[in-house]
Design a protein around this ligand. Structure first.
Ligand code: IVH
Length: 694
């Protein structure tokens, strides 16, 4: 910047014009193609230079000055926000019987036979957003993310007219949650503008809403016609009401848009009637909806019903039937997954289904292609799928398209039943189908490139090592790289030193890399040399070991050394509550396979593994084994069990020496006697509720 002192007015003017052009080009490369053309540091330098010149020559500031653009510097991404309460999803119902089941489950969980009211409202097809207000001021807006951690999009949310900046008469802390969406007319106009400006158009209003909200530059969001409906809440310092509908009305009076088609229903039949009413209006609403959400109205009952791991027991989304389209099946490709499973994928003549172009569909496995489900029952009336078939595809929500039907009248002459390959198409190892397994699996293990690359993708994924700048795309590149390859997890941790040892072709000189991004990548890898035991176990990608079981194993064994010492001990593993034989055998198979074991050891040599403390659940019944017997009067069995489990207790069906507490209601018989004999603490339902603080 030393030349700045000597700039003449003319030079300054020309320089500001040049900077405006460069910064605008960098912005549009970033936003349009998702591929920044210059590094963050260079971008920042341009912006600083622009600001410095403007400070010296305020009169020369341009109307389109880049310093007027608000928001974080591009490519910094959004800050992460941990939700005060998780943002959950909804269980789906697809037909009237599913709705009746929902009502039935709610009643039986609550042991409730009297009248029960539900709200019914459209399910808006947008993206959910949590708005946090403290002392009446909007302080944070966060996207759902993975439900636990979302993205901080506060500045963008402030540009949405439907979102109040301040609330009057609201509780000190209110988190209003709802859906950001784009109306059909606004979507069509936006796409016209985008096309006229030579910018990318959106496939549907939902994508347009998501793309518009998740802009790093809030000015772009401000120019997009986004709307918001409030329909639920997160953390509250005091309740908004005693019922769902009262709370919705309260949000409305606080200044939020709530959906006008929300009604209170008193029977499951009412729910279905309202569903049909909304379905009939669907095409004329002016915005996309994909179903009707039913929620138990009484919030005290909602609280008793509680949550499963990712969905509330008190709500269900009754989806509209999936959209369908006919097209040609061009080919069946086989993909080999992380655990070696061979998955057939249909390549289709591209066709629009519900506003989205579909060119692939999942075919699951050979039984599915042959027209049988996992129990051997016919699907698609038993019709198999052959190359060249005329097939009907459907999309339900966000799921990968599937094949609903085959038109046998259009089947090409000479088409033969599809044969799954018996060898892996990637490494030619045998791919047998084991007894009880729905899929064929490649037996190549680490020698199979497809398994290798998928395992690495899993290794760097979010719940695992989560290495910034090393995602699926980069893994594919490094996996195929001749100079700086990553073939196994251990290779990730030698990347920087191998690069340093190679004077000829440094990573930083490559296309797509630069000084800054290479340094960032190495730093991100370095930062993950220290890793929690739970993440490490999950990252290994062992079949049947998901995030939950990895964390269970980590909490049980505490340290890597202890885990490894027991990872081949079937009896020890299966003694852990929540670890079954399938999982244990899969772990043993991985740890006794010499090649796998060598790869694991090579990785671990690069790591510092942080031990995991045993579950720090402060509930008084955490870790206790409890048994319920006799009649419970204040809750149903299902409810009692769910609550005990939520507090970290194990609920067993019979009394044994392992039992810690027996909760005995009236009519308790043999179990109470057995407990007395074994000297087990026996209490009644009220004492139990007092114990758990209910
Ligand atoms: S209630 C605890 N109500 O659907 C769950 N969700 O599939 C609270 N959604 O993530 C959600 N319209 O983004 C609720 N009227 C509505 C909704 C709605 C759309 C979305 C929401 C949620 C997803 C679940």
């Amino acid at each position: 910047m030393d030349d700045l002192e000597n700039l003449t007015k003319d030079q300054a003017e020309a320089e500001l014009a040049r900077l405006a052009r460069l910064i605008a080009a960098a912005n549009s490369a970033y936003h349009g193609a998702d591929a920044p053309e210059i590094s963050d540091a260079d971008y920042d330098a341009l912006k600083r230079r622009n600001a410095a010149i403007e400070a010296r020559f305020p009169a020369l500031k341009r109307a389109d000055s880049p310093s007027e653009r608000v928001g974080a510097p591009v490519s910094d991404g959004f800050a992460k926000v941990r939700h005060a309460r998780p943002m959950l999803s909804l269980e789906n119902a697809f037909d009237d019987a599913d709705v009746a089941d929902f009502d039935e489950r709610v009643r039986s969980f609550l042991g409730h036979s009297g009248p029960l009211s539900y709200t019914a409202e459209p399910k808006i097809d947008g993206l959910s957003l949590a708005l946090r207000y403290e002392n009446g001021k909007l302080v944070q807006a966060a996207t759902r993310g993975d439900g636990e951690v979302g993205e901080n999009v506060t500045e963008n949310a402030r540009t949405i007219a439907d979102i109040p900046q301040t609330l009057t008469g609201a509780p000190a802390v209110v988190e209003v949650r709802g859906e950001v969406y784009m109306a059909h007319a606004d979507f069509a106009a936006l796409n016209l503008r985008q096309a006229a400006a030579g910018e990318k158009t959106f496939a549907n209003p939902r994508n347009a809403a998501a793309g518009s909200l998740r802009q790093l530059d809030a000015k772009i969001t401000a120019a997009r016609p986004l709307r918001f409906f409030a329909y639920t809440w997160g953390e509250l310092s005091e309740p908004l009401g005693a019922t769902q509908d009262a709370s919705i009305n309260r949000m409305k009076s606080l200044g939020f848009q709530v959906n006008p088609l929300t009604v209170l229903c008193h029977t499951p039949a009412d729910l279905l009637t309202h569903y049909r009413t909304i379905e009939a209006q669907r095409a004329t609403l002016g915005y996309d909806i994909d179903g009707v959400v039913y929620k138990v109205n009484d919030l005290a009952l909602q609280a008793r019903l509680g949550f499963r791991s990712t969905t509330p027991r008190w709500a269900v989304a009754h989806k509209f039937p999936a959209e369908l389209a006919w097209t040609r099946l061009l080919a069946i490709d086989i993909q080999v997954g992380r655990t070696g499973a061979l998955s057939p994928v249909a390549r289709l003549q591209p066709v629009t289904v519900g506003g989205v172009v579909v060119s692939n569909a999942t075919l699951h496995n050979e039984d599915y292609i042959a027209g049988r489900d996992s129990k051997g029952q016919p699907i698609r009336d038993g019709k198999d799928i052959r190359l060249g078939d005329w097939v009907q595809v459907y999309r339900a929500g966000d799921v990968i398209p599937k094949i609903a039907d085959v038109d046998l009248a259009q089947r090409p002459t000479g088409a033969t039943p599809y044969q799954m390959p018996h060898i892996c198409p990637e490494c030619a190892s045998p791919a047998p189908r084991a007894e009880g397994d729905a899929v064929r699996r490649c037996t190549g293990g680490l020698i199979c490139p497809a398994q290798g690359v998928e395992r690495l993708k899993h290794f760097v994924s979010r719940g695992a090592f989560d290495i910034e700048g090393l995602g699926a795309k980069q893994i594919e590149m490094f996996f195929a790289d001749a100079i700086l390859p990553i073939k196994t997890p251990a290779d990730i941790f030698t990347l920087a030193s191998r690069d340093a040892d190679n004077p000829l072709q440094k990573l930083k000189n490559r296309e797509g890399f630069g000084e800054t991004s290479t340094a960032k990548l190495f730093a991100a890898i370095e930062a993950r040399r220290t890793i929690g035991l739970d993440r490490l176990i999950f990252a290994l990608g062992i079949r049947h070991v998901g995030e939950t079981s990895a964390s269970l194993l980590a909490r049980h064994y505490g340290t890597w050394a202890n885990f490894v010492a027991h990872a081949t001990d079937l009896a020890d593993l299966t003694a852990i509550d929540g670890v079954g034989e399938t999982l244990a055998e899969s772990l043993i198979a991985a740890f006794t396979n010499p090649a796998e074991r060598a790869a694991i050891d090579a990785l671990v040599a690069h790591l510092t593994i942080t031990p995991i403390a045993a579950a720090s659940n402060d509930s008084p019944v955490a870790g206790k084994t409890v048994v319920f017997t006799g009649t419970l009067e204040r809750m149903t069995r299902a409810e009692a069990k769910a609550r005990a489990e939520a507090l970290g207790a194990k609920v067993a069906g019979s009394v044994s020496a392992k039992t810690d507490i027996l909760i005995a209601g009236p009519g308790a018989g043999s179990k109470a006697k057995e407990a007395a004999k074994l000297g087990i603490l026996t209490i009644d339902e009220d004492a139990w509720l007092a114990m758990i603080g209910a």
